[in-house]
Ligand binder design. Structure first.
Ligand code: ZN
Ligand code: ZN
Length: 414
């Protein structure tokens, strides 16, 4: 193991705006966060542009950037992260998609893109969709796995496939599911579009009469009656973190996307008990597992999603409460980390302000603390404090900076 260890915690959608609350405070300013404030006093703050100033990040591209990969060069599309994250094996040449269970009417008009964020029955839905073999392409294998809530992943495996196809998801309710069309004039893209259209149609035939969906209809819940693939991607070949830094690392996350990013970057995945990827997640359990993993690993990446979910829900109260729960859980880290030989980086992958309800390009606060970090004068952890932080403002590359403090970097030049 290396001399120093690294802990990298991402609270998804962490950042906010002064419009978050009527008092003109961001959610992070309004939240009571004594542990983060103590870490801010011991360490240094900065403002992080997740990708670059003026680039509105997705969570996937932002994470790649934070890990030190250039998303403009290396972003393969989202689907593969989701597929690897749900535990599907992927091969070079596969085309991967993330999927939603959605609710549509008989004319394929979308009533709910997330089937009411369905909480049960994923196994039944997954089982039902195992017969999705496209009749128009018998040489193509279709793999499907459900994940948390409405999420899942789809992999097409076979000759002559292409990720250059349009999305079926209209990204709005009250609109019809779109016909998938090829985005380039190749037989591969035409064939892939045709396969997808068949899969979407067949998913409705298979799902609409499932007992689960009859039950949901009886309870007045939106049925999960359509599989909506999106985010087509290829399978990338990243230089993994273990290779880049000569380390062993783990990823602790619940959302498939984040598990997938971690695994594709060479981190070992560990499931924390009670981690759901939602607002009801057990953050303490994740932090406890991180401490445990650090016994045998050099690096642990912990991802916490609830902050982003509350932001998308435009629920300031929920975001503030969730931030306070993160802070409580961090108490165990403040107590339990070997602070003489560990560096911690804590940040978000972007801001998800309450009034906007989606990701924005604003920079987010970032905190570094550990024996090699020169402390600055900040005494609290939030956006306004970060404006005065000693690390000033920088873009992406949080993990390479952490690696720098940990003396893991190879010299550039001689
Ligand atoms: Zn995010
Ligand atoms: Zn988000």
């Amino acid at each position: 193991m290396t001399e120093f260890k690294g802990v990298f915690i991402v609270a998804d959608g962490l950042g906010g705006r002064p419009t978050d609350t009527p008092e003109g405070k961001t959610c992070l300013e309004a939240a009571r966060t004594p542990h983060l404030d103590e870490l801010a006093r011991r360490g240094a703050l900065g403002l992080l542009d997740p990708i670059a100033p003026g680039v509105r990040p997705g969570s996937d591209t932002a994470h790649l950037s934070l890990f030190g990969y250039d998303p403009f060069e290396e972003y393969p599309g989202r689907g593969v992260f989701e597929a690897v994250g749900v535990g599907l094996e992927v091969h070079e040449g596969d085309v991967c998609f993330r999927t939603n269970f959605a609710t549509v009417d008989e004319d394929f008009v979308v009533k709910d893109r997330r089937a009411g964020r369905i909480h049960e029955g994923q196994e039944e839905l997954e089982r039902a969709l195992q017969g999705l073999q496209p009749r128009s392409a018998p040489d193509v294998e279709v793999l499907f796995k459900a994940s948390t809530e409405h999420r899942g992943a789809l992999v097409l495996r076979g000759p002559d496939l292409s990720p250059s196809v349009s999305e079926a998801d209209p990204h709005a309710t009250g609109q019809r599911v779109r016909e998938v069309v090829p985005l380039e004039d190749t037989p591969q893209a035409r064939r892939t579009a045709q396969i997808l259209n068949e899969i979407i149609r067949r998913s409705y035939e298979i799902l609409k009469d499932l007992p689960l969906n009859r039950d949901r209809a009886a309870k007045g819940l939106p049925p999960a009656n359509l599989l909506l693939p999106r985010g087509p991607s290829t399978v990338p070949r990243f230089e993994t973190l273990p290779r880049r830094y000569g380390i062993k690392g783990a990823v602790i996350a619940a959302g498939a996307l984040y598990i997938g990013i971690g695994r594709l970057l060479g981190l070992e995945f560990h499931r924390a008990e009670g981690a759901t990827g939602g607002l009801d997640t057990d953050i303490r359990s994740k932090i406890a597992l991180a401490l445990e993993e650090l016994q045998t690993k050099d690096f642990v990446f912990v991802h916490i999603k609830g902050t982003d979910t509350a932001g998308h829900d435009r629920n300031a109260r929920a975001k503030i409460e969730f931030l306070e729960r993160i802070d409580e859980a961090l108490g165990a880290l403040v107590e339990g980390l070997d602070w003489e030989r560990t560096h911690l980086a804590f940040t978000g992958d972007h801001a998800t302000p309450i009034a906007y309800g989606d990701h924005v390009s604003d920079p987010v606060p970032v905190l570094f603390v550990g024996p090699n970090v020169l402390p600055d004068a900040t005494e609290a952890f939030h956006e306004r404090a970060a404006l005065r932080g000693g690390l000033h403002r920088f873009a992406g590359r949080v993990v390479p900076m952490l690696a720098g403090y940990n003396n893991w970097l190879r010299k550039f030049g001689t």
